[in-house]
Design a protein around this ligand. Structure first.
Ligand code: 13P
Length: 287
């Protein structure tokens, strides 16, 4: 059964580790992530962007697929199904469809409007026992066509949003989605430290997990990050493994064109990436 992300993140914050959010795109992604979480005895959060939800034929399809896998693959570790960077309307749709967690990304609104919309969603998610992630300070890079500059959040605005009673808070600390450019200045630990001091026990979320050096990940966890989002890295490892298979001409040998064979190396590559991240984040055996 899907669970809210509240308990797993409270434990992570107390235990000084982080739970990975891995974004899903299709059946192979979902199965690879769930099986790896089970093998690693780790809690996990499946992230679904609005674009990926549409790609997978809608939120109800996603809920059906994930619930089916939890049962048929005997997944017993805590799993949350979470809307990533949702609009207000997207949150309502996912709640209705059976997601156990949603993110409302109001970071592009003036703070008053972010507060007002987040307040409404706190009420709604509390009534249903779901977890809610809010965001202050936009995360840079491109995701679903939305490009942000990677700003640093105002710690006082973070406190204002945290005090509304959200479950977890994403604060921009110079992080961006996708690959980091060569001239990237790194994470702003000064901002993270200031946010953590004002928000106390609130689990903080680090977006743009792809390509952040290991020492920065560890320091971010030390400073209160309890959820780390990874998307692009699984896409890159899937693509590289698939390319290798095709370039070796394996799709042309025997029944190598069968999608169950053609997609197998990519599937294994996602599993390896997820395991590596779970080790780095410290969530192994924390289910
Ligand atoms: P990356 O694609 O950079 O790993 O970021 C994922 C993310 O933050 C999803 O919200």
């Amino acid at each position: 059964m899907l669970v809210s992300a509240k308990e797993m993140l409270t434990k992570a914050k107390e235990g000084h580790y982080a739970v990975g959010q891995f974004n899903i795109n299709n059946l192979e992604w979902t199965k690879a992530i769930l099986l790896t979480a089970q093998e690693c005895n780790s809690p996990v959060i499946l992230g679904v962007s609005e674009g990926a939800g549409k790609y997978m034929a809608g939120y109800k399809t996603v809920v059906g697929m994930v619930n089916g896998m939890l049962e048929e693959l005997n997944i017993t570790v805590p799993v949350a199904l979470h809307l990533d960077h949702g609009s207000y309307e997207g949150c309502l749709k996912c709640i209705e469809a059976g997601f156990s967690s949603v993110m409302f990304d109001g970071s592009h609104y003036p703070i008053e409007e972010n507060v007002a919309k987040t307040t409404e969603l706190v009420k709604l998610t509390n009534e249903k026992g779901l977890s809610l992630e809010a965001e202050v300070g936009s995360i840079g890079g491109e995701e679903d066509g939305v490009v942000g500059a990677g700003e640093c959040a105002d710690p006082n605005e973070c406190k204002a949003i945290a005090d509304l009673g959200v479950t977890m808070l994403a604060a921009g600390i110079g992080n961006i989605h996708g690959k980091y450019p060569d001239n990237w200045a790194g994470l702003s630990f000064e901002t993270l430290d200031a946010v953590q001091k004002l928000t106390g026990k609130m689990p903080l979320v680090l977006h743009g997990g792809t390509g952040i050096p290991e020492d920065m990940i560890k320091k971010a966890i030390d400073l209160g990050v309890s959820k780390i989002n990874v998307n692009t890295e699984c896409q890159l490892s899937f693509a590289a493994a698939t390319r290798e298979y095709i370039e070796a001409g394996k799709d042309l040998q025997g029944k190598g064109f069968d999608p169950r064979k053609l997609l197998a190396p990519g599937f294994e590559a996602i599993k390896a990436t997820v395991k590596e991240k779970m080790e780095l984040f410290g969530s192994i055996n924390k289910a």
